[in-house]
Design a protein around this ligand. Structure first.
Ligand code: PMP
Length: 388
């Protein structure tokens, strides 16, 4: 009976559309999504035409900026973390419970949107040097936003420590209703599992199981670890290369290449960098996290990308493909292109477009500048751009 009704509904909507002489694709009723969280996942895999033509490889990007709640892969992690907390009784919808998180922005945006949809409040602690687009968006989503000065992870005022402390204080406060829940994206397994169960299997299905390499940056490490565990589990350890795309100033490149986070010069010096010294937001780390550790030994190689290369690639993607990408997406595309050139023609490389360029207008794109009427940039110039 339910099927009949569905068929009738589909028929009547087709009739009314055709009577208005409008051509409609036949849409399945399942294309109606259950709220904003229904718009998370199943993102398209997009062939980046210019990079594919130039390298003779197929460079495919998972369009994670099309995740519908917060426009980044962090929607998957946020949804998974909140669901896990509800299953464990740590969060109870519409109870006054507050989700606390330390984030450079994307995870906060995803958490804030999903929190609204499920009846929670969100309290987001983020470093004050991140683009204002993200903190403004958080305020519009009704989150409480703490912008804290950049600090070392051992400093109680580091954005992650601040969020953890506030969550604990909330729970024990006699005046605040509900509980505080610390989302803990850097350490919780619910993060990488979202990509192990979602992003990874989607890539395998969309690529028909045929891919030679997966290339991604790491902010928490959830994406690369979850996808790596899925792909290597299904294709075999040698069946696919996993390559980290790392911005300048991050310690992860060293960790993968040489087993230590910092290069010798830096370790011998007095300065231990706590900030990733790059204009790129969302990826790069100078400490180990459980989420990076979850897939670390599955990562075959790492590519270091300078800010200049990332900006040149971001411009290239606009100039050649009409893609207006965020900074971490540009880093991914530089690294994916380098991997393609290393592997040689005929290989298939999958990477991610993480978030839209609109989120980076005031910082990354302000520095990268406009493309204007350029049509003649050479890929070799993008890859060999060097700020020094
Ligand atoms: N791109 C952007 C824009 C991000 O904000 C993040 C997460 N901070 C990432 C990529 C990396 O994702 P992950 O945390 O899964 O490593």
């Amino acid at each position: 009976a339910h099927g009949d009704k569905e068929q009738r509904q589909r028929k009547s909507s087709t009739q009314s559309a055709s009577s208005r002489n409008v051509e409609v694709r036949s849409l399945e009723s399942s294309s109606i999504k259950e709220g904003i969280e229904g718009c998370i996942g199943n993102t398209p895999l997009v062939r980046i035409k210019s990079l594919s033509e130039e390298t003779g490889c197929e460079i495919l990007a998972k369009a994670e900026f099309l995740n519908g709640a917060g426009n980044s892969p962090k929607d998957r992690a946020a949804s998974s973390i909140i669901s896990m907390a509800e299953e464990q009784g740590l969060l109870r919808p519409n109870s006054g419970d507050v989700i606390y998180e330390g984030t450079v922005g994307s995870t906060g945006i995803s958490l804030a949107a999903i929190a609204r949809a499920r009846g929670y409040n969100a309290h987001i602690c983020m470093p004050s040097d991140q683009s204002t687009e993200k903190s403004s968006l958080l305020l519009h989503l009704g989150a409480t936003v703490d912008r804290v000065p950049p600090a070392s992870i051992i400093d109680p005022n580091h954005f992650v420590n601040r969020a953890r402390t506030l969550a604990a204080a909330h729970t024990t406060s006699p005046t605040q209703p509900g509980r505080g829940f610390f989302a803990d994206q850097f350490e919780t397994a619910a993060n990488w599992r979202a990509h192990f169960e979602g992003t990874g299997p989607e890539i395998l299905a969309q690529a028909g199981g045929q891919l030679d390499a997966f290339v991604a940056g790491a902010g928490t490490g959830g994406t690369i670890s979850g996808v790596a565990r899925c792909l290597k589990g299904r294709l075999g350890r040698g069946g696919v290369r996993i390559v980290l795309a790392d911005p300048q100033g991050s310690g992860l490149w060293n960790k993968i290449k040489y087993g230590v986070m910092f290069d010798v010069k830096e370790r011998e010096g007095t300065r231990r960098r706590h900030q990733v010294d790059s204009i790129v937001e969302g990826i790069g780390l100078n400490r180990m996290t459980e989420n990076f550790e979850a897939g670390r030994t599955l990562i075959d190689d790492a590519v270091r990308v300078t800010d200049e290369q990332a900006m040149a690639m971001a411009q290239w993607l606009v100039e050649k493909d009409g893609i207006f990408a965020g900074s971490s997406s540009a880093v991914n595309c530089v690294a994916a292109t380098k991997v393609a050139l290393e592997l040689g023609p005929g290989h298939r490389i999958v990477t991610l477009l993480c978030d839209p360029g609109t989120r980076h207008l005031s910082k990354f794109w302000a520095k990268a500048g406009t493309v204007g009427n350029k049509t003649d940039t050479k890929l070799v110039d993008v890859l060999h751009t060097d700020g020094s």
